[in-house]
Design a protein around this ligand. Sequence first.
Ligand code: ADP
Ligand code: MG
Ligand code: MG
Length: 877
Amino acid sequence: QKQVVPFQDGNASMKALLGGKGANLAEMIRAGLPVPPGFTITTEACLAFFKMGNRMSDELFRQVAAALKQLEKMKGQAFGDAANPLLVSVRSGSVSSMPGMMDTILNLGLNDSTVLGLAALTNNEKFAYDCYRRLMQMFGSVVMGIAAHHFEQLLHHRKEKEGAKQDQDVTAEGWKSLIEDYKKCILAQTGKSFPQNVHEQLRMSVEAVFKSWHNQRAQIYRELNRIPDEQGTAVNIQSMVFGNRGDNCGTGVVFTRNPSTGENAFFGEYLINAQGEDVVAGIRTPLPIAALKNEMPEIYEQLFEASRQLEKHYKDMQDIEFTVENNKLYLLQTRNGKRNAQAALKIAVDMVHEGLLTKMEAVGSIEVSHLDQLLHRGIEEEAVKDVLAKGLPASPGAAVGQLVFDADTAAEWNRAGKTVILARNETTPEDIHGVIASEGVLTSRGGMTSHAAVVARGMGKPCVCGCEEVRIVLNEKRMYAPNKVIEEGDWITLDGATGRIISGIMPLKEASMTDELLLMLEWADEIRTLNVYANADNPEDAQIARQLGAQGIGLCRTEHMFFSPTRLPVVQRMILADDKEDRLRALAQLLPMQQSDFEGMFEAMDGLPVTIRLLDPPLHEFLPNLEELQRRHAELTYDRSGSDLERKEVVQLLSKVQALHEANPMLGQRGCRLGIVFPEIYDMQIEAIFRAASNCINRGIRVLPEIMIPLVGHANELKIVRELVDLVAEQVLGKDSLRDCPYKVGTMIEVPRAALTARQIVAYADFFSFGTNDLTQMTFGYSRDDAEGKFLTHYVDQKLLQHNPFQVLDTDGVGQLIDLAVNAGRLVKPSLKTGICGEHGGDKESIFFCHLTGLDYVSCSPYRIPLARIAAAQAFI
Ligand code: ADP
Ligand code: MG
Ligand code: MG
């Protein structure tokens, strides 16, 4: 079996076997682009390596040796040959792009004797020794596991000794001394010498790249991006080209379009006389690619042409790595570029207009999880006073948080519930967990293509980078801005759109929809068959939802209307009433309040359905906290403080609250159980709904109320409440107006028994709405509040559960109940309307499931509606 594939034998469709990098290098060669030759060790070889307990098989050795022979022939050089040495890079290449998460080693094949050959051949001793020290540095840290700062410190001392400002100011003699320092360091740190045998170097490097699949940052990245662990990584062995040979050499990264704004403009950065990682690692702040036009016009032209060609070929914005050696251009990588949501939209829309993509392809290309960030906030400009400094606008959006200076602290503080902003001189892949934990990222060095910028954009987090005006002093935990010192824990605001760092907490404003988003949503609406409703409890939210494209309200929780400070006392009086008379008096006071809410909802949703759920939570949620009452009672009893009147009141209140107290309120007297035992409550709510409807109809508004009964578990429960609804509707509207108000009565399916007996329940239901929060709780038997803080996180960490079922619908279990209920219900009543109104309604994978199960709609919070519209279209595609 072939475990090694030469670049010229591969192509882009072999990505699963060759990894993204290898497949695309092969594809570029096929397209006639200048790529240094090499070969790929496949992902299958990697998996076999893991299976054999991290050992390369003899067969793999044989195939690598054969491919290396062939490469030597193509290059006219020999690996380890002192007179004419072949040098290679060993590059990781996973199937799904994981920028910077895995390891790469350059200049392999150098040792004490081949370095002399390289110096003689190139007539450039300084260059040859620069390559050699880079190899030792990379090999030392990646393969031999020595912390990078050891090498950095030695380099720093050497530069000081030489009086060199930049790396390229160091002389050949300087590099030679540094190499001796490095050798000693490697020996001291590991007890082993840097291997002079080049085949040994190669073997160890390949093994290290394989193993880097399991390093911590790669694992975190995979988890975040839901990349399966079983993929493994390919390894690319590629002949070296050198951007660090002199001033007609260089290296850089270009994007075919601006990854931050989406603008169709060639975008990128480069460094003259530098090698590979220098640009992405942010060691020197690079020049904008436009400068290359003057410095190397022909190279610029060639690069531009190649990038156009690649973008057309892949039908997507490309992120391209290149190197120039002695005025000759080489391409070293291309991939679909990471971009933030705004850029993604603009690029997709532009590409449709350019005829590069169809509308369907464009809608399909949108990463829905990034859409929220678009509907997120910018800074309220009037409030901005204290701008501390300005850096590069690397990833737009505004972030407010407490400043921290290292990734561990960021993660720790985030766990403690704080919002943080991570500030670093430059980020490295080891900081990934800190970036995840932060609201935004700030770096003092590195350009728009630096690691921090790429990763932040990919995650949709605001980022300001290359802010050289500030000085970050790690051991002091301080950041020195030109006019102010910021300590760890101080609040700052980042504006990723302009690059500003602002002192303090700036008020943020919601973003408005861009033209591109509106267009994309229009296209999505043309495609999708699943309707999108909103969960909204008040007229303001309903209006926002409608603006964002809601086709109705799928869930209006009436109890939320009870919580306002003016209403709560009336609600409490209603609950605490001594007798029915008393209760009716309080309900009569609540009625007009509810009625006006409903009128506002109907008005906002004129012509669209409004699903109103009758009172759901247990009554004691509206009452004072039992423990607090008990404490106050004890105080009043023992120290005799307070008046007799207060004592009497507290005693009364306490006994009622105690009477209503339940050991497990989620499974207690709530939902329709409450409405059946105290029918006057539902009676009032239903009356308020139809009075509101009647008023609205008189004002010319089209009203489509859908009354939803919560927590039904037995058909008889629904039967009783439905009769009540029909009775009250007729009483309020009269037979004549009933026609103008085509209302529906339905139920939430959130108790497993309801799903199981859907056939009986549907007799009284015009619609089913799956309340997947409760349904998940009751199907798993997890109390959500207890589960998430305790075992659930553990379960997900251990991969015992793939996802938190409260975030991603459990299609195997809960989904089966949904499927069953939909089918059983429709069999009896083909016109049955079905939807989902749990939090899952705004989750992409759950939306896909709803589409496949044939639900009529999903209902989600207003700000997730655009996301749901796109996801619903993608489900269709
Ligand atoms: P990553 O996946 O982290 O981007 P790469 O394998 O792409 O790692 O390597 C990082 C950089 O090293 C590349 O962008 C390129 O500049 C440089 N590099 C890799 N292989 C070679 C090579 N054969 N010749 C010259 N430079 C190389
Ligand atoms: Mg790369
Ligand atoms: Mg519920």
